[in-house]
Design a protein around this ligand. Structure first.
Ligand code: NAD
Length: 307
């Protein structure tokens, strides 16, 4: 199976070599035998349950039976056996009910810039002040946000499953930790950390706002201090651990992620031949066909009922 072309990326000429190396590595790990669709696919089903909320099931005979019986299954707990290992991937939608906007909400623009124009190595090289203004704004928004019931439900699930739960977030806020989650993999970095763009000094806690007339922060080595964020075109953090956890999981759940930002969008394709795959979010994600079940609901409303 080919690694799908990222739908959002900096032009190829700007891609660092490390990203290309990662792409090759990832391709080699994807099984060429994974079919595009599971056998027994019965299409995309939509139904309205007794609550009037819409849910959707795909690609699984048993789930289709649930739809025919009025969608009752959607309100029951997800069954997790003692031998199951659960991989949860969260995206911006999990924090939407905490007041942190998603990228795809509204027009997806900040001051008329597309997000990729202020969140890339190219943007940093061209205009670090603009980049810091963008991340200062995001720090400001995130600093007053509080976890919502979705974050708390996932923290509770960690207490129950301990190391059988792998929580991987694309979010750079710290709302999972605020809710009590102890082991969170931030594959796209952390908003309240910074690092040097030149020396190997480790990332450090930093909640400062660097807006004009504030000077841009500099490292003792002379390099620039940048947000500890994985920008478009950069390699996400902790990929080795993530791939190991994907290989081990029996239940994969994506929550509040549109399925367009790679490599996270391809995780479900990597596991779907052998793991149960579940999506939660109010809209169908771009990779919906890879999920065995989709709950088209807000995460904060449905997660406390699923675990
Ligand atoms: P996205 O903006 O592409 O998609 C958000 C998804 O969340 C959409 O599919 C939307 O339907 C869904 N959604 C909206 N409200 C929801 C709710 N109440 N419950 C559940 N789902 C809901 O986000 P993405 O797929 O995570 O990818 C975009 C990138 O944006 C990521 O790299 C992430 O790092 C970054 N981002 C992070 C934050 C954050 O840290 N809170 C915020 C914005 C963007």
């Amino acid at each position: 199976m080919r690694f799908p072309a990222p739908r959002q990326q900096v032009p190829p000429a700007e891609k660092p070599t490390a990203a290309k190396q990662f792409e090759r590595k990832w391709n080699s790990r994807l099984s060429p035998s994974v079919p595009n669709l599971l056998p027994g696919v019965c299409g995309l089903y939509q139904a309205r349950g007794s609550t009037g909320k819409m849910c959707l099931f795909t690609n699984n005979q048993q789930s289709c039976a649930s739809v025919e019986s009025g969608c009752v299954a959607k309100l029951s707990e997800i069954s997790i056996s003692p031998s199951d290992r659960v991989f949860i991937l969260t995206g911006a939608g999990v924090s939407a009910e905490s007041g942190i906007p998603t990228f795809r909400g509204a027009d997806g623009l900040w001051r008329n810039y597309r997000i990729e124009e202020v969140a890339s190595p190219h943007a940093w090289a061209r205009d670090p002040q603009l980049v810091w203004e963008f991340y200062s704004m995001r720090r400001q928004v995130a600093s007053s946000a509080r976890p919502n019931p979705a974050h708390f439900a996932l923290a509770k699930l960690e207490q129950r499953l301990a190391d059988r739960l792998f929580l991987c977030t694309q979010n750079v806020d710290n709302l999972h930790e605020q809710a009590g989650s102890k082991n969170v993999i931030h594959m796209h970095g952390e908003l309240f950390k910074s690092r040097c763009d030149s020396c190997p000094r480790p990332p450090f806690d930093d909640a400062h706002l660097y807006e004009p007339p504030a000077e841009l922060p500099r490292c003792a080595c002379g390099g620039g201090i940048r947000p500890h964020i994985c920008w478009f075109g950069e390699v996400p953090f902790e990929l080795e651990r993530i791939i190991r956890a994907l290989d081990a999981c029996t239940i994969f759940m994506a929550i509040g992620t549109s399925g367009v930002v790679e490599p996270a969008a391809s995780f479900v394709a990597h596991v779907r031949a052998r793991a149960k795959t579940i999506y939660v979010g109010p809209e169908e994600p771009a990779n919906a066909s890879a999920f065995t079940q989709c709950y088209l609901e807000k995460a904060g409303e449905i997660l406390p009922q699923l675990f």
